[in-house]
Design a binder for this molecule. Structure first.
Ligand code: AMP
Length: 208
């Protein structure tokens, strides 16, 4: 199964992606994690990526696409993946689709986690406070200032992305403000429903 998980920062994408990949034994591909790994490598590009990420802005499309394409073509992702944090722009989505077409790979569906922005700001404030209290490192882009920039970037890009995936009949929206387990349950329902639909389609094609 190949899934794209969309949602603003702190919407719970990482948590849900881990649950999906655990239950379905597929690979979790987080562009945030890929870029953080590059940022900590100490190279010139890594330094630039770190600066961009700390400010809350988006890393340039070519860098992100190169990282995603490399990961998607790895053998452990061949059995399926959940993309968390990608695509963030319409041009990433279109270029990625062209790549998938060329490889003969199809996306199964897209899940959008919809969450109110004020709730996100409160969540980040709590996450930062808890990390400080327990002596854990606070992410450089989890400050209120960087989060506001990240939310603006998300808001600017999300509408065309949603329209794009809706027009391709891939979009499913889940209310991300519900308790974590309920969100997971609803995502699993979408997956089951999609799986049944594709099984029926394969069956019908075979009968023709
Ligand atoms: P995340 O862990 O998904 O919240 O991403 C953290 C940061 O990594 C973002 O604020 C961006 O700076 C960068 N990033 C992650 N995914 C992308 C993407 N698809 N396109 C551009 N920048 C990204």
């Amino acid at each position: 199964m190949r899934i794209v998980l969309l949602g603003p920062p702190a919407a719970g994408k990482g948590t849900q992606a881990k649950r999906i990949t655990g239950a379905y034994n597929i690979t979790h591909l987080s562009t945030g994690d890929m870029l953080r790994a590059q940022a900590s490598a100490g190279t010139e590009i890594g330094k630039r990526i770190r600066e961009t990420m700390s400010s809350g802005k988006l890393v340039s499309d070519p860098l992100v696409l190169a990282a995603v394409i490399e990961q998607v073509t790895r053998s452990d992702a061949r059995g399926g993946f959940v993309l968390d944090g990608f695509p963030r722009t319409i041009s990433q989505a279109v270029t990625f689709d062209d790549f998938l077409d060329a490889e003969g790979i199809e996306l199964d569906f897209v899940i959008e986690l919809r969450v109110d922005e004020q709730v996100l700001l409160d969540r980040i404030a709590t996450r930062t406070r808890e990390a400080e209290q327990t002596g854990n490192a606070v992410r450089a882009d989890d400050t209120q200032e960087a989060l506001k920039v990240r939310l603006v970037a998300y808001r600017e890009q999300i509408t065309p992305l949603i329209d794009y995936y809706r027009s391709r009949n891939l979009l499913n929206t889940v209310n991300g403000l519900q308790p974590v387990d309920v969100v997971t349950e609803q995502i699993f329902d979408v997956m089951k429903h999609r799986h049944e639909q594709s099984t029926i389609a394969i069956h019908n094609t075979a009968e023709q």
